[in-house]
Write a protein that binds this ligand. Structure first.
Ligand SMILES: Cc1cc2nc3c(=O)[nH]c(=O)nc-3n(C[C@H](O)[C@H](O)[C@H](O)COP(=O)(O)O)c2cc1C
Length: 197
């Protein structure tokens, strides 16, 4: 991806639920993105079929909905994943989406793509295991994961208002810090890539 002034980020929520806390966190990220970063929410995950190599053959690579996502990812400067934890791991819909994106043809779109991960849960322990599992999955794809800081939002229901907006000042401050770190991470990787050309 060519370096330019605006960083376009595709925001993927690992929950399909309408009232998803993770979607609320993703929207807060969108609203609090640093200057020069634009986060677009991916809205088609519910339409992505279960991964099946037969379907790859039948569709000449990938179904239309997956092709659209692959294009969006290719055009983006990075991916922000905001995901719940299901049974101490990555939700199936998110894993399925990553499996589709991880296929090489016609391009290896995840290789070298900057990624940041965060998550929210009504429980007390954040989404540490889900984030660890998502990182584990992404290691094999060549994505370049933001090393630190990580963002785990526990007891999230206490941090939002009646209009489902994240309003807790400390959480918003942490969110902004992670997004600034992600922006710097993308710049660092772009500079490194341009120096090696
Ligand atoms: C199948 C299932 C498994 C879950 N397992 C965990 C878990 O291991 N750890 C956790 O913190 N919350 C777990 N939860 C609770 C979710 O964190 C909670 O439902 C959360 O609100 C889901 O995210 P969302 O609000 O973005 O949809 C689980 C929920 C479901 C539906």
């Amino acid at each position: 991806m060519k370096a330019d002034s605006e960083k376009r980020i595709i925001g993927i929520c690992g929950s399909l639920r309408k009232g998803s806390f993770n979607r609320i966190l993703l929207k807060a990220a969108q609203e609090n993105a640093p200057i020069g970063m634009k986060i677009e929410l991916y809205e088609e995950m519910a339409s992505i079929p279960l991964f099946n190599e037969d379907l790859e053959l039948e569709t000449g690579g990938a179904p239309e909905v997956v092709r659209r996502l692959r294009d969006q990812v290719k055009q983006s400067h990075g991916i922000l994943i905001v995901t719940p934890e299901y049974n101490q791991s990555i939700p199936g819909v998110l894993k399925n989406t990553i499996d589709w994106l991880s296929r090489f043809a016609p391009d290896d779109i995840l290789d070298g793509k900057p990624v940041a991960i965060m998550g929210a849960t009504p429980g007390r322990w954040g989404t540490r295991l889900s984030q660890a599992a998502t990182r584990q999955t992404l290691f094999s794809t060549g994505t370049l994961l933001l090393p630190t800081p990580m963002m785990f939002v526990g007891e999230v229901a206490k941090l939002i208002d009646k209009d489902d907006r994240l309003i807790d000042e400390r959480t918003l401050a942490s969110l902004k810090k992670v997004l600034i770190a992600f922006s710097s991470w993308i710049e660092l990787l772009e500079n490194r890539a341009s120096q090696s050309r």
